[in-house]
Design a protein around this ligand. Sequence first.
Ligand code: GLU
Length: 446
Amino acid sequence: MDVLIKEFMDKIITRNQHEPEFLQAVQEVAESIIPFIEDHPKYKEHKILERIAEPERIITFRVPWLNDQGEVEINRGFRVQMNSAIGPYKGGLRFHPSVNQSILKFLAFEQVFKNSLTGLPMGGGKGGSDFDPKGRSNNEVMKFCQSFMTELYRHIHADIDVPAGDIGVGAREIGYLFGQYKRIQGEFTGILTGKAAEFGGSLIRPEATGYGVVYFAEEMLKTRGELLEGKTVVVSGSGNVAQYTVEKCIQVGAKVVTLSDSGGFIYDPKGIDESKLAYIKELKNVRRGRIEEYAKKFDCEYFEGEKPWRVKCDVAFPDATQNELDAKDALTLVQNGCFCVAEGANMPCTLDAVRVFDSARILYAPGKASNAGGVAVSGLEMSQNSLRISWSRDEVDSRLKQIMHQIHGACVKNGRLDKDFVDYTKGANISGFIKVADAMIAQGYV
Ligand code: GLU
């Protein structure tokens, strides 16, 4: 089997040199899918894995805009339209200086499997720009978003491609992007998700990724007769996903003791409560300040330039960004007694970190399963837009819970290795793959 995986990867490496993140995401999928397709020759015959690893289309464009000093700035915009076998391309936009084709191809590739797992009719895509919203005025962010959409508008539509947020793209950016699309096209339709509730957004969409990852962790813990209640939890990041992971953990009675940003992490042994969380939301979403300020305000420790993985915990939620947790961190977590890791970010654990979790046989879930709640509620936002109605918070939340339960069930079905151990990566990859692969076979070589 290793030879087959190597042969496949050699071809992918030759065609995608200098794209390490994309190669990492494909390698992880190949390791679970190649043994599966050996037992299901139709997928091999139609070269599904080779086709799935090639984007249907990549659009790259120039984004010129004027900053507050009246100077011209130039950024690069992208949209990777990865796979449309089961629905319109769907996936977020990331605005971050690190954004390049490799990162967006890995994200779009993951999104294909994730969206399939939700059970909703969404293909996979991802886009964004190397624009950094940090430190920019609202006026500059608006100008950038307007210029970005002035090119992107011709490639998206409610039935073609529906972007949303990701790192650096939240409610503010989605609002500006939506406004510009509406102005250019003269059309009010669901071309983006993550909109504010006043103009077609879904209730629970802001909470969905964070709540969903906690619902998923609860399902995982249940397989070992455990509850999240009373557990000590380590969370990385402090953006949308981290904030709502903390909110749901508080609601179910778990104690979150860390949060981080690119500057370092805070350790609050008393736990983050509702009022401290309200402070974090104001700090990060309104003032756009640094997490270090939390430590000063609540008199706890701040570790500059460090990640929170050496803090003793039962459960960890890596909610920041790709490759933020390596094999050494994984070993430290396991040695300190952590027995459940659910990814809120996309690919935050390196391949070697995952191997550490698997050999220790702890509960580990890849983002494409555990963080699928965000895009799932985006799918529900699309449904509500098409129906021209809005569901209540309870309605959306119970659908989200149900979807996370169903994704967990799919992972267990296709990932159970023995009585006591589920390989969630294998389960997620195979479950996500089957639906897309069968649709690709049915639609011929397109
Ligand atoms: N960026 C999110 C993700 O990684 C959400 C995508 C969406 O809602 O379309 O899944």
